[in-house]
Write a protein that binds this ligand. Structure first.
Ligand code: ATP
Length: 420
């Protein structure tokens, strides 16, 4: 007879670029535990700091709340890790943690916004966990512990369909048209299934991992409904995860001049220079605040978003949002809070013959070539701005897992404009 004790189990760092996926291992653990009488009460897919260099893809970890015998669950999780984790990969260092209750939330907040060390997590586990095991370097203990420590003041859901093991290396068969239908039927309760602007599919991965597709949404019902619209190869099972994806959990409010490498921020600033498009189509924007300057980048994969950046002019007040890496803020979105008048100096028109004057030479003002009339001052022409105040974001194909899509925005300036 199994004990019905409630416990948490966390897993991380089992995959490599060639295959496997920690969420698959977690979903498999859930199925196996249920099959022997465990009650699984919650399945969390927790994304952590997106700038961490050790990550394979989206820095995901999983945590499960269940009741049953925690030691049996721990032993089975370790068996699954042994059997499936990609130990050949030098970046794969799995971790399994079991705790009788949630771990202190401060550890989650640090892991989602900053950098943690293995010795730090070992100290935490010694104080608060029931049992744990790190494989190889055991770095996965950080993600496993952070997932168990996660608090979700905001949350979303994701349905992940998992492929049969025999198909993991074969091309995926998902009907693109049905994905567009799925999102059309369930929007705004789901997002990032497809990218309407670029007419492309977003929810089907390209690597040889077990995921067939993932549907993100604001309730388990929305993601299940969306999945029911999709025509694809048959898949043996799927899992609906409760997640911090799409919640901006990685962002902290920062000030230009005191940002830390590897964290993600919202910062207020004034546009100081006209944005510049560099080689490769990357757009840079310099903003400032109280004498300090910050270069923000919108890289080529952010596609149409770059066009919104190019429309900014010196004097515009913005909130810039993104990750701070190599002294640059890599933009995920921005809010144009107040826009500067676009006033440009131009040669005045002659009052007599209504022709536009031309320069009379450096520092000599302007002269009408027809009647000789002179003027000292240029005319100031106000041009209509092509961008309105409001939020602008990267397209779904360039979105970070943790970035909150504008479609979910509940507060903020009334004007919400999508790129495109
Ligand atoms: P997987 O599907 O295996 O989870 P992934 O792309 O999510 O792949 P991992 O392979 O898990 O990335 O690699 C991320 C590694 O970084 C893990 O070992 C995790 O414990 C660790 N990690 C996550 N967040 C932090 C952090 N804030 N500080 C230090 N290490 C972290």
């Amino acid at each position: 007879m199994l004990s019905k004790k409630e416990f948490w189990i966390g897993l991380d760092d089992t995959d490599s670029a060639e295959g496997m996926c920690t969420t698959w291992l977690g979903a498999r653990l859930i199925r196996d535990l249920r099959a022997v009488g465990f009650l699984v009460k919650e399945a969390r897919l927790i994304r952590l700091n997106p700038t961490i260099p050790y990550r394979t893809r989206g820095n995901a970890a999983i945590a499960i709340r269940a009741s049953g015998d925690p030691d049996v669950a721990f032993a089975h999780a370790c068996t699954l890790v042994h059997a499936y984790a990609d130990f050949r990969c030098e970046k794969t260092h799995p971790g399994v943690v079991v705790a009788d209750e949630q771990l202190p939330p401060d550890f989650y907040f640090k892991a989602v916004t900053s950098i943690c060390t293995i010795s730090e997590v070992e100290e935490l586990l010694t104080k608060h966990a029931r049992v744990w095991k790190g494989f190889k370097l055991g770095r996965g203990l950080i993600g496993a512990a952070a997932a168990i420590a996660s608090v979700l003041p905001d949350h979303t859901w994701e349905f992940l369909a998992y492929r049969d093991e025999s198909r993991w290396t074969t091309p995926r068969e998902v009907d693109p048209e049905s994905l567009f239908t799925s999102e059309a039927v369930t929007t705004p309760h789901t997002w990032d299934t497809v990218d309407w602007i670029q007419n492309s599919v977003v929810c089907v991965p390209h690597s040889s991992d077990p995921v067939l597709y993932g549907i993100r949404g604001d309730s388990p019902f929305a993601v299940a409904r969306a999945a029911s619209c999709i025509r694809s190869e048959s898949y043996p099972w799927g899992q609906i995860w409760l997640t911090n994806q799409g919640t901006d959990a990685h962002l902290v409010t920062g000030t230009i001049g005191s940002l830390e490498e590897g964290s993600s921020y919202r910062v207020n600033g004034t546009v100081l220079k006209q944005p510049v498009t560099g080689t490769g189509g990357h757009v840079s924007l310099v903003i400032g605040d109280e004498g300090a300057e910050l270069t923000c980048m919108a890289f080529e994969p952010t596609k149409t978003f770059r066009q919104q950046i190019r429309l900014l002019i010196p004097g515009d007040q913005i909130i810039a949002v993104g990750s701070y890496l190599n002294s640059t803020l890599n933009l995920e979105k921005f809010c144009l809070c107040s826009s500067e008048k676009d006033e440009r100096r131009t040669a005045p028109y002659c009052k007599t013959c209504h022709k536009q004057m031309t320069s009379a030479g450096t520092g000599k003002g302007y002269k009408c070539r027809k009647c000789g009339e002179k003027a000292h001052e240029p005319e100031i022409v106000t041009h209509r701005r092509e961008i309105l105040p409001g939020w602008y974001e990267v397209p779904p194909s360039a979105r970070r897992h943790l970035a909150r899509p504008l479609i979910r925005r509940k507060e903020g300036p009334a004007n919400i404009f999508f790129t495109g």
